[in-house]
Design a protein around this ligand. Structure first.
Ligand code: MN
Length: 253
């Protein structure tokens, strides 16, 4: 099972969550929202829990000064996230800071030879794709919880994007329609816990697997077969990451 976008460090008891993920042999991409959170979060990692270096667009204006730390940590990190842009009205005031930070991140990722990036694009699919187009050697973008239009989806596919989809996204008709159009060889599951919720409470990382049944239905396939292709996808994606010389904490078990 795979949870390719989870905020392990933001659960009330992150140690317990990380331990249970390992016990369940759940492959987790543990994303961070600030560079200063990286070392503490990486300490929770190991085994099947891999930590990504991020600077969340909603925090861009407050944490821009941490970009120098981002640059120092990046050479040792195979995975980057959560990064991206957020076009929701409450974050519009800080739009330019978001763009500056995301451009900086993409530029640095190019400089170090490309990274696997978990990207936030809420209400900002087109500007995210515009920037990805400007930095074609920044690595492999994985659009997490993609919520753009079908046209934007097609453009993302043409740009080589991957997608991580979760149970919350697949609850809506629109989410299902988007998932139907995604290339099966470029899809992974995610929880986005503890932000995403199911049954009125934060979703747990191992519940990312609930997306498998919805994907099987979308694709007219069997859950077992979908599970198998998700696993293959993770293998082919991380083959690219192994080219990066990295500390043990950013490698899958
Ligand atoms: Mn997230």
């Amino acid at each position: 099972m795979i949870d390719f976008h989870c905020h392990v460090d933001l659960f009330p008891d992150p140690h317990e969550i990380a331990r249970e993920c390992r016990e369940r042999k759940l492959n987790v991409l543990s994303v961070t929202t600030t560079p200063s959170a990286w070392s503490g979060t990486a300490a929770l990692g190991g085994g099947t829990v891999v930590t990504a270096l991020g600077l969340h667009p909603q925090l861009a204006h407050e944490r821009k000064s941490e970009l120098s730390l981002f640059d120092r940590l990046l050479p040792g990190c195979a995975y980057v996230g959560e990064v991206g842009l957020d076009g929701a009205p409450e974050f519009k005031a800080h739009w330019q800071h978001q763009v500056d930070v995301f451009r900086h991140v993409l530029d640095e990722c190019e400089r170090v030879g490309g990274r696997i990036m978990s990207i936030h694009s809420r209400r900002a699919s087109t500007p995210v794709l515009d920037l990805l187009e400007l930095y074609p050697r920044s690595g492999t973008p994985i659009l997490h919880w993609f919520s753009g239009t079908v046209r934007e989806l097609d453009r993302a596919i043409a740009l080589g994007c991957w997608f991580s989809v979760g149970p919350a996204m697949l609850r809506s008709k629109r989410g299902l329609e988007l998932a139907r159009g995604m290339p099966r060889a470029r899809v992974l599951t995610e929880s986005d816990g503890p932000f995403a919720r199911i049954s009125g409470r934060p979703i747990m990382p191992w519940e990312a697997g609930l997306a498998v049944d919805a994907l099987a239905e979308c694709w007219g396939s069997q859950p077992g077969l979908v599970e198998q292709s998700l696993r293959q996808n993770l293998t082919s994606l991380s083959a690219g990451a192994s080219a990066v010389s990295e500390p043990a904490k950013t490698k899958w078990d």
